[in-house]
Design a binder for this molecule. Structure first.
Ligand SMILES: Nc1ncnc2c1ncn2[C@@H]1O[C@H](COP(=O)(O)OP(=O)(O)OP(=O)(O)O)[C@@H](O)[C@H]1O
Ligand SMILES: [Mg+2]
Length: 148
């Protein structure tokens, strides 16, 4: 099977611009989509998710799932799942926390630190990669695996 990879790249000059990018990106999302977020500690993955939540009209306060592993939110129409795998070590750990439930099409699932589940991310996964350029500037690339 061939994949066409669409890649778009953005510079966010501060936290507000990252929130705005997440909010705009949310308009593309539909039920069943998975969003993988990668980038070093403090690069802005959770800030991006806050923007997505705003775009999805989720009014709850979004908190980092670093310790809870999973946070679940709802708007009137769909569920948004936010996972953070930083504290897990392997794909097996992911199975053990019931992670597969969040890869099945029950809502929109955003996952930080997806390196350990690279092999099992579904085809409809958006990849968000964030690099820290300096104190406030971040480079964000967004790509999507698309069947040709
Ligand atoms: N352009 C920017 N975009 C996003 N965050 C920024 C930006 N500039 C500065 N920041 C700051 O960087 C931090 C990003 O924190 P955030 O929790 O989103 O990172 P993270 O990638 O989720 O980290 P972790 O891997 O620990 O979960 C915040 O303190 C935020 O204020
Ligand atoms: Mg985070």
């Amino acid at each position: 099977m061939n994949y066409k990879k669409n890649v778009k790249s953005y510079i966010c000059k501060d936290e507000d611009e990252m929130l705005k990018l997440g909010k705009e990106f949310a308009s593309k999302l539909k039920k069943g989509d998975v969003v993988s977020l990668r980038g070093s500690l403090g690069s802005g993955k959770t800030v991006f998710v806050k923007g997505v939540a705003e775009g999805l009209k989720i009014s709850d306060n979004i908190t980092s799932p670093t310790f809870t592993l999973v946070q679940i939110y709802n708007n009137s129409q769909l569920q948004m799942n936010h996972l953070d795998l930083y504290r897990l070590n392997s794909e097996e750990d992911f199975y053990n926390i019931g992670g597969m439930d969040f890869l099945s099409p029950t809502g929109i699932t955003l996952i930080e630190w997806t390196e350990i589940i690279n092999e099992i991310l579904p085809d409809n996964t958006y990849f968000i990669n964030i690099s820290i350029l300096d104190n406030l500037n971040r480079e964000v690339t967004i790509s999507f695996k698309e069947n040709e």
